[in-house]
Design a protein around this ligand. Sequence first.
Ligand code: ZN
Length: 314
Amino acid sequence: MIGAVDIGGTKIAVGMIDDAGHVRSRLQCPTYPERGYPDALNRITAMIEEAAAKAECRITGIGIGSTGPVYPLTGKIGNVNFFPHWEGENPVHDLESRFHLPVAMENDADAAALGEAGWGAGRNKSRLIYVTVGTGIGGGVILDGQLYRGVKDSHPEFGHHLIDPSGPACLCGFRGCWESLAAGPAMVSWLKSAAPPDYPNISDLSAKSICELACQGDSLAHRTVERETYYLGLGLANLVTMFVPDAIVLGGSVMKSASLFLEGIRKLIRESCKLVPWQQTELTLASLGDDANLIGAARVWHYRFGQHGGNSVH
Ligand SMILES: [Zn+2]
């Protein structure tokens, strides 16, 4: 049984995950970054102990997935937007010394990619790209069973590949990144910018509510979904052209409405990826559900320390 820790910008989830990738117990709390790292570490420690007691199990190890940037091989937290004062802290060393167990950490999108590759929709795919679309766009790449890392163990940032240089400003400082055009908040901001003054559904908009409105026949919401399909499709077509993977696995909150987008995305890939065998790339939905990041965090441990001596997704 692996103790899994998913550190996000707004919440920290902890769970006990068995060797088949099933969640046996689960707890969560707000991240409270302003309370400082030692406070978060104490809460994580207490939640691991409580989750293990609830599942009535002994823990073999601890896996962490964290919003990034993080340094997986040293265990250090980088300069993370959501908790800038935690930079340089090392939850891997700290949890190792508290629990006397091996601990491994990855960026949360890489953790989810490992989870889908080991226990989810990406099983038995040797070239796999995982893409998560929610408040941002992120992802992870697995090539021939290995998690792809950039130089100095860096994590590639799909969400910030350029789609339209004249597009909206992005939090990274550039314009027209995939994330700025196709993450959930982009749907909301575009609909608001296009809405007439008497548009009735303007309050409490979210990607989810826009998709619901589109299904109910709201024409502006329908146009927003069409635009989302186009920009999602462009980014995915770029990934198909550049990598021609066996599969692209789609996760994240916006993908809960995937049935609205998939046909259009497939059409765009068909039309724009003609120089590569695009038919060979399976476009599929993530299968680990709302706990994909937590389950992925456990898979991080298996990837690092598992039965094949580590660094194997299977
Ligand atoms: Zn960007």
